[in-house]
Each structure stands twice: as structure tokens, then as C-alpha cells.
Design a binder for this molecule. Structure first.
Ligand code: DSN
Length: 495
């Protein structure tokens, strides 16, 4: 059985029995990394140095970035192989290059784990990132809903068989479709139709937001927007919305207006995999196409994947080379390992703890007087409105970083400070939960965060400059060091 990776036994009372995850191969991994770093050192010492320092930095800071995690040593080591050297455009059994039999195995195994883990009819594991996965999904929906019917109408099988005039008409039609997604300041992602992003240029786009009083998704408002706008695609999913979504309701809305429901579950894929989100909260049975990254709450290598119904599978399968460059076979191998880990019972315990920890953290902030968007959380992330501390997101992010707390600033709904300075800080629990933190530790982390923010003062009217009261950073770093030492990252790994 694969041990729970990257972490150490949790110190908190009541923590799930920990299996010293990854500890059984820490010696082997240490030897491997020492050798690798020695080799790199002889060629480009600055890279060896940066690699060593990154481990030290990750070990020594409170990582609260909602989209980050710590992959297991098995996942990390899997990426460092000659699988990287093989070109394999195309897909399993249909490659544009000879000699892809081992890549076929890698891609098949990763896709099999993805299908089994998420209960999806079809999985495509090639996307290099979440944005790539979304581009593949957009392309597949356009190909299925717009291009294929046009080809059938003209009685041809391929776009090259169309006359120049018919091709021009089809191109105009492909470029004239509508997409409805969650607005960026309500928590949606850049690729959900944000104008400066390619998704906002590929499609006529409209956004749905959240209720201005509660901060919650208003399904009636989404339905009204869908009825009026009649989009080809409705995108559900978020990167900064601290609540769950009812995907059955979103599918009802999509069906009513004839839209394809695409769900971007990049942030919460780990909670879906770990069966924290089930029934109406599990997007996979409800969406036509589901996309995700593999490195956030899912705790795999950096990358993306697409799940689809049979209807959309053939178009998704052509993602490379239509949308993507050649697959990264070494990363697909690491996805297979991570997905196999996520199918272990320990991953379900981990996912539940991610959600429990987010609640404990939110409560810890609330009881110390903080204001949270939506008043709390029921997923893995918390969005703190820092205007209650008289700060911008930029000032808060920097003061927290000075104190060893790594976060990112984030816009809040109707943000008065815009998308650069922002008024929010987004926190997430996946990474520190992997280290073994439990609710008690997260309450302590909330105390440290509030300590920093209460002791930060803006400088004049600047939205970026601030003063951190003397001694704050040192006090917080010392307290964090105790928590981090009790929950070490990659225990037993020495470089
Ligand atoms: N960068 C990811 C995040 O932080 O949510 C989304 O692209």
C-alpha cells in the first residue's frame, strides 16, 4: 500500500493515525537527491543551489497558498526520468511518432486511475496545466457542438474538404459563440471568460457573480443570466470562492438553455477525489466536461487533466496536437503515481482533514474579529477581507511574508482596490494538512495571522507600503517554527 506522502505523523491530539508517510523510502530518496544535486552542481551550481534553497524555504514557512501542496517523494522522483525525452504527439495507439509503446503504457495507466478515481467515462491526462486543460475543453466543445454539425451539414468529414467560402463561414461561427462563467472578483478563474484572457477573446462572454449581501452563489441569478444570454458553454468552478457548488442545479440550468456544462474543479479536485464532495457537490456526474489541475488539493505533479462524457471524448482525445504541444510523458507518469495515491483510503482521511482544517482556521479568524467573504468556508479555502485591518491585500501579503507566512492577495467581490492591490488574502489548507497540521494547529495559525495584521500599519496613502511593528515578524516566525518542527516536511529527507 502506498503510504500517505510528504508528511509526518500529525502531532495534534485526535489526529488520524499517521503512517510516517514517505518515511519508509526517505533514505533512498535522500541518496537519489544527493546524487542528482551533485551532478547538477558540476554543470550549473546555481540551479543546484536554488533547488536546495527551495526545500529549505518550503520547510521553514507556513505555506497557506490555496493552490499549492507538497507532492510525495514518489511523485517528485517519478518526474526525473528519460520518459521526458520521448515525443508522443497524438494519443494512446495513435501517435505521430514511432516507438511510443512505453508512453502508451504510462498514459493508459494514468487515464485508468483518473477514470476510476473520479468515476468518469473518459479521462485525458496530457494537459500541461489547468489553463491547457481548459483550452482543450473549449476546443472540444466547439468541435463537438459547432464544427461537427457543420461538417455533417456539408456532407464532409474534415475541415480540409470544405470550400473556402464554407470554411470561412464555419470559422466565423466558431468565433462567434457565447460563454457564461463566474466573474473573477466573485472567485472565478481568468480562463472563465475574463476579458483580458484568451477565453474572453475567443467567446462573447458574460459573467455571473455572487449575492452582494451573502457573497454566495445565487442560482436564480445564474439561471436568469443563462436564459437571457443563451450561452453555448456555462463554466462552473472557482479559484477563490470559499463555498461548495450544487452542480446538479448548474446542470439543470445548462440543460434548460441547451448549454454544455463545463466544470473547472482545479481547486477542489482533491475534495472530489477524497469523497468530501459527493452527490450534487461532485461535478463529474453532472458536467459534460470537467477539467482540473493535478497539483493543488489533488497533491500530484504540476499538470492538468480533462474528464468527459462519451459525447465529448473523441474531440478531447485530439487535444494534442490540436491545442497542446507534445505530452510530457514523465509528468503523465507522475500523474499516474499521484492518482494511485489518491485512490488509497489515506487520501480520503486527508481530504476530510483539509476541509475540517479550513473550518477551524476560518473560526479561528472569525473569533479574533476578522471579516471573511461569505462569513466562513465549507471547502479548502478562506478569503479574508483585510480592509477590516485597514490594509490592502498587497500590504497584508507582504507583512505576512515578512513573518514567514506565505499567502497570496486576492480580489474580493466588488473590490475597491482592484485586481492588483486587492482587498483580500486567500488562504488554503491543503499544504499544511499534508504536513500533518490539524484543527488545533490551524487555530494557532489564525492567531499568528491576526497578530501580523493587527501589527501592520499602512504608510500614508500608499496601497503597497506598510510598517510592521517591531518584533512582530520575529515573534510569529518563532511560533511558526515550533509548529513546523512538530510537522516536518519530507521527514528523513536529507540533502
Ligand atoms: N494559479 C492558480 C491559483 O492560484 O488558483 C489558478 O491558476
Amino acid at each position: 500500500m502506498t503510504a500517505d506522502p510528504a508528511t509526518t505523523p500529525a502531532a495534534a491530539p485526535g489526529a488520524p493515525a499517521a503512517a510516517a508517510p514517505g518515511a519508509e523510502y526517505a533514505d533512498t530518496a535522500s541518496a537519489a537527491y544527493r546524487s542528482i544535486l551533485q551532478i547538477i552542481e558540476t554543470i550549473e551550481p546555481r540551479i543546484a543551489d536554488a533547488t536546495r534553497k527551495e526545500l529549505a524555504d518550503q520547510r521553514d514557512s507556513l505555506k497557506l497558498i490555496a493552490s499549492e501542496n507538497y507532492a510525495s517523494l514518489a511523485v517528485l522522483l517519478t518526474m526525473g526520468s528519460w520518459l521526458s525525452d520521448k515525443y508522443a504527439e497524438g494519443t494512446v495507439g495513435h501517435r505521430f511518432y514511432a516507438g511510443c509503446q512505453n508512453v502508451d503504457t504510462v498514459e493508459s495507466v494514468a487515464a485508468e486511475h483518473a477514470r476510476e478515481l473520479f468515476g468518469a467515462p473518459y479521462a485525458y491526462v496530457q494537459p500541461h496545466s489547468g489553463i491547457d486543460a481548459n483550452l482543450v475543453a473549449f476546443w472540444a466543445i466547439l468541435a463537438t457542438r459547432v464544427e461537427a454539425p457543420a461538417l455533417a451539414e456539408h456532407g464532409v468529414k474534415h475541415v480540409n474538404d470544405l470550400s473556402e467560402a464554407d470554411w470561412e463561414k464555419l470559422r466565423n461561427k466558431l468565433g462567434n459563440q457565447r460563454l457564461l462563467g463566474m466573474s473573477l472578483d466573485a472567485g472565478g478563474h481568468l480562463t472563465h471568460g475574463f476579458r483580458p484572457n484568451i477565453s474572453g477573446k475567443m467567446f462573447h462572454q458574460r459573467s455571473y457573480g455572487t449575492d452582494p449581501n451573502t457573497g454566495l452563489l445565487d442560482y436564480d441569478a445564474v439561471a436568469a443570466a443563462a436564459r437571457e444570454f443563451k450561452p453555448l458553454i456555462i463554466v462552473a468552478g472557482y479559484s477563490a470562492y470559499p463555498r461548495r457548488i450544487n452542480f446538479a442545479k448548474m446542470r439543470e440550468i445548462a440543460d434548460e438553455v441547451g448549454a454544455t456544462l463545463m466544470v473547472d474543479m482545479a481547486h477542489f479536485a482533491g475534495l472530489v477525489a477524497g469523497k468530501v464532495f459527493t452527490g450534487d457537490e461532485d461535478p463529474v456526474p453532472h458536467a459534460h466536461v470537467t477539467t482540473t489541475t493535478t497539483h493543488k488539493s489533488l497533491r500530484g505533479p504540476r499538470g492538468g487533466l480533462v474528464l468527459a462524457t462519451e459525447e465529448y471524448a473523441p474531440a478531447v482525445d485530439k487535444g494534442c496536437p490540436m491545442v497542446l504541444g507534445g505530452p510530457l510523458s514523465h509528468v503523465m507518469a507522475a500523474k499516474a503515481v499521484a492518482l494511485a495515491e489518491a485512490r488509497q483510503p489515506a487520501f480520503r482521511a486527508y481530504a476530510q482533514r483539509v476541509a475540517d482544517n479550513a473550518k477551524a482556521f476560518a473560526e479561528g479568524l472569525l473569533k479574533r474579529g476578522a471579516r471573511l467573504v461569505t462569513g466562513g468556508t465549507d471547502n479548502h479555502l478562506v478569503l479574508l477581507d483585510v480592509t477590516s485591518f485597514g490594509l490592502t491585500g498587497r500590504q497584508a501579503e507582504s507583512a505576512l511574508l515578512d513573518s514567514g507566512v506565505v499567502t497570496n492577495r486576492n480580489a474580493i467581490p466588488a473590490d475597491p482596490n482592484g485586481a492588483w492591490y486587492t482587498s483580500g488574502i486567500r488562504f488554503g489548507t491543503p499544504a499544511l494538512t499534508t504536513r500533518g497540521f490539524g484543527p488545533d494547529e490551524f487555530d494557532r495559525v489564525a492567531e499568528l495571522v491576526v497578530d501580523v495584521l493587527r501589527n501592520t500599519t499602512p504608510e500614508g496613502s500608499s496601497k503597497a507600503k506598510y510598517t510592521l511593528a517591531e518584533g512582530t515578524a520575529e515573534r510569529v516566525r518563532a511560533a511558526s517554527a515550533e509548529l513546523l518542527a512538530a510537522n516536518p516536511l519530507y521527514p528523513g529527507l536529507t540533502l
